[in-house]
Design a binder for this molecule. Sequence first.
Ligand code: PMP
Length: 430
Amino acid sequence: MSTNTQLFERAQRVIPGGVNSPVRAFRAVGGTPRFIQRAQGAYMWDAEGTRYIDYIGSWGPMILGHGHPDVLEAVQKAAVDGFSFGAPTEREVELAEAILAHVPSAEQVRLVSSGTEAGMSAIRLARGVTGRSKLIKFEGCYHGHADALLVKAGSGLATFGHPTSAGVPPEVVQHTLVLEYNNIEQIEQAFATQGDEIACVMIEPIAGNMNFVRASVPFVKRIRELCDQHGALFVFDEVMSGFRVALGSAQSLYAQAIPGFRPDISVFGKVIGGGMPLAAFASTRAIMSKLAPLGPVYQAGTLSGNPVATACGLTTLRLIGQPGFFDALGERTRSLMSGLDGAAQAAGIDFCTDSQGGMFGFFFAPELPQHYQAVMARGTDTFNRFFHLMLDQGVYLAPAMYEAGFVSAAHTEQDIADTVAAAANAFRQL
Ligand code: PMP
C-alpha cells in the first residue's frame, strides 16, 4: 500500500504539480493532498484507508452522494451498450428534455463535456447572435478556463482587464470588462459608456468560486434591465448552482423575487452529469438556432452527449426531481450551517454562513461579504488552520477559502452532528 505522501511524490514526477486540476494540490492550505481510493455515499477513503466525510462532492456533481445504486445501474447498463458512437442517441434527447423541463428560460440545449466548454460556447454564441465583441464579467466569478474569461479587473472602472494566466495574449482579453460583483453603479456606468458594444453580461448568480456570495436581487434586476435596454444578452453561469441550489437552479429563485425574470443563456455542468464529464448551454430556440449546423456559430465535440454520461445525468436528474428532495437537502445543509454557527459562537469566533439547497459557504468574518475583495479581506490563515484541524478529524472540506461546499442527500444527521462536533473542537484550538 502506498501512502498519500508516496503517491504525491510519484505523481509530481509525471503530472505537473502532481494533479490534473490545480486546487487538488492543496497549495492554498499546504500539506499533502489525499489520494482518494474509493467513495460511497457521503464518504471518501484515501490511499491509507482513512475515511472522510466529503463536503466537496467532486466540486458539486455528487448531489446524491457517491455510488447511488440507481445511478450505478444506469451507468453499467449504458456502458455495456457502448461507450461512444459519434452519432445521435435517444438518451441525449431524453436528457435535453429533462433539463429543459426545469428551465423555463430555455427551449433548446446543447450538450458538451465540461463547464469550460459550455461557458466558452455560450460566449461565442452571445457574440455571434449580437454581432458584438465586448463582454462583462465580475471579479471572483469563475467561468472555466477559456482565454477570454481568464481575466482580472483592470486598474480602474471601464478599463479592460488583464490576463490572469500566462499564455493569454492581452488582445484576447481586450474585449473583457471585469466589474465588481453586486456593484450596481459600476455596471450602470459601463453600459452608459459602451452599452452598444456589449454582447453579454456573464454572472455566477450564486457565486461558488469566491466561497459563497449571492448576487443581490436589485443587482440582477438592474443587469436584466440594462441588457434589455442595450440589446445585450444576460448569461447565467449555473455550472455550480444549476440543479444544486434548487431544482429550477438559481434562476428559479430570482424569478420568484423578480416577476418574469429570465436569463437569455444558461450554462450548466456538474449535477446534470452526476459525476460524468457532461455540461450544457441552453437558450431560446431563436438564439440556439444560430448554432451549427443550423446557423453560423460553430461548436462541436467528439464526446458531446456521451451515452454513458447522459445515462448518469438522466438518472441523477430523475432522482433529484422527486418531491421533497430539495426541501430535505436544504434542511440538512441549514442544520450543518447552524451547527457550525453555534460552535463558533461558543468559542467566541467571528463566523457567518450562508447556504441554498445543497450548496454552502462559511466565513471567518462577522458578516457575509458581498464581493471578491471583501471575501479576501480577512486573509487565509484562520481558514487554513481550520481546514487541517477538520481534515485531521476526518472531515474533508474544500482545500481553499474561496471555494463553496456541498452537502449531498447521502449525508445523514449523524454525519452533520459528527462534523459539528469536529468543528467545535477545531474552533477551540484556533
Ligand atoms: N463555471 C462555474 C461556475 C464553475 O464553478 C466551473 C468549475 N468549477 C466552471 C464554470 C468550469 O467547469 P469545468 O471545471 O467543468 O470546466
